[in-house]
Each structure stands twice: as C-alpha cells, then as structure tokens.
Design a protein. Structure first.
Length: 114
C-alpha cells in the first residue's frame, strides 16, 4: 500500500489541551482510526536554537525531544496534520512517501507488496 511516514518532533514536557503533547497526539490518532503510532524519547538532540540537550541521570525532565511516528495513507496524513493545526500545537514534522504492508497478514489485512 502506498502512503507516507509522518514524524512529529515535540518536547517531552510540551502540552496540548492539558495533556502531554505526545500522549494527546497518540490518543487523537487512535480516535481517528490510525492503525498505529509510536512515541520515542531521544537520548540527545538540538533544535532551531542549536542548543544541545542530552539525557543525563540528574537532568530535569522536559528538555529532550520526543518523536511521534505514524505510517499512514495520504488521507490519514491530511487528517492528522489538520488535527494538529486546529489544536494550535506547534509541531515540526517530516512527511516522507512510504510503501507499507504486513508480512504474513491476518485474514482481512492487505498483503505486503513485492
């Protein structure tokens, strides 16, 4: 199936509608019927201000980036981006064309393309 890979970049303490933004985004995607999504906390990174943040044992929470990834159809991607836009959430993102499927799918799932 052709679609796209979309990755949102958030801060671990960033909030949206009173919740952690990464949690809110996963929950909203689930409500939209997106088949799956994942959030990953980085061990280090920097953004547009070029300030390096690294994970250390004594570091206060909130400074590190969180990636939230989805592999979706073009229509699902448009709905996700509209959702984030309407919520007023500042979220840099990457949108990359992708081909996806399931190897050895369950009954009713589309087969993987060769």
């Amino acid at each position: 199936m052709d679609g796209c890979f979309i990755r949102f970049y958030l801060h671990e303490d960033q909030r949206c509608h009173g919740r952690l933004a990464w949690e809110w985004l996963l929950d909203q995607a689930n409500r939209l019927g997106i088949r799956g999504g994942s959030a990953f906390r980085a061990i280090g990174g920097f953004g547009r201000h070029h300030q390096l943040h690294e994970s250390h044992f004594f570091e206060l929470a909130g400074a590190l980036p969180v990636q939230v990834d989805f592999i979706v159809t073009q229509e699902e991607s448009a709905r996700l981006l509209e959702l984030v836009r309407d919520a007023g959430l500042r979220a840099p993102y990457a949108h990359i064309p992708a081909r996806f499927g399931v190897v050895n799918p369950e009954l009713g799932e589309p087969p993987a393309e060769s």
